[in-house]
Design a protein around this ligand. Structure first.
Ligand code: PXL
Length: 255
């Protein structure tokens, strides 16, 4: 029987990030993918040039129609551009008691362009973190969400503890943006698990999306959160090692 994962995210026409990258990752992991777009971006591998929200009512109709028909085994949220969308998603998850929610609390693109409107991070923290199995902020997102200055592994641990207090069952802070080595850290309330990867040269597009989509697919397949963490770290770093230039800007992960 096919396992099913859902992504609620933004569209990235390059396919390197956003819901297109999520769907490609689900496929590679052997999981059937559903997608609800909530925002469109105009972008290429050089960066994001424009953003268009879908009307909130239409977003709600997409979620209502899909979820009264199909029940995903796991789901993830990515770029949620407006706070209204966040509350609708939280409402649906509660109404249907959906499990295995992975929240990728996206704030800005790899090139530093803001991907969310004012109030989104606060809404994600308040409404989605308490419903989530795992949240997957990178260092920058963890810094904004906690107000902490994260420079190394010690601060990553402190931030993970603080983030978990906002209600997530497990916290994974991805440290690809850390200076020096690339460390990913998991905290489940009891212990820390760290995975270290070699630092790769170049700029990569969509690493956070691919990582969190892999975790989502693994949860849909029934793996534990720690197994999912190890598999996602492996899958993402392998895809980065063989990343390629589809355009003239950042590299696209080979998934
Ligand atoms: O990588 C974050 C991200 C997520 N979702 C969409 C994006 C980006 C980055 O550009 O465009 C749609």
């Amino acid at each position: 029987m096919y396992k099913i994962a859902l992504t609620i995210a933004g569209s990235d026409p390059t396919g390197g990030a956003g819901l297109q990258a999520d769907l490609r990752t689900f496929q590679r992991m052997g999981v059937y993918g559903l997608s609800i777009p909530c925002v469109l971006t105009a972008q290429n591998t050089g960066g994001v040039s424009n953003i268009l929200d879908l009307p909130v009512d239409f977003f709600s109709d997409q979620a209502g129609a899909l979820l009264k028909d199909i029940r995903p085994d796991a789901l993830k949220t990515g770029m949620l551009h407006s706070p209204d969308i966040v509350e609708i998603i939280a409402g649906k998850i509660k109404e249907l008691s959906l499990e295995n929610l992975v929240v990728d609390p996206i704030i800005a693109s790899s090139t530093g362009v803001a991907l969310v409107k004012e109030g989104v991070s606060g809404a994600v923290k308040k409404f989605l973190f308490p419903l989530s199995k795992v949240i997957t902020p990178n260092i920058n997102e963890a810094s904004v969400l906690t107000g902490m200055d994260i420079r190394g592994e010690t601060e990553m641990k402190d931030a993970a503890v603080k983030l978990r207090d906002y209600g997530a069952e497990t916290v994974i802070v991805t440290g690809g943006h850390l200076q020096g080595k690339a460390v990913d850290l998991l905290f489940d309330g009891e212990e820390f698990l760290t995975l270290e990867n070699e630092r790769l040269e170049g700029e990569f597009h969509g690493t956070g999306c691919v990582f969190s989509a892999t975790v989502t697919a693994c949860l849909a397949l029934g793996y534990s959160i720690k197994e999912s963490f190890v598999k996602a770290n492996d899958f993402t770093s392998n895809a980065m090692k063989t990343a390629f230039f589809a355009g003239k800007g950042m590299k696209i992960l080979n998934i």
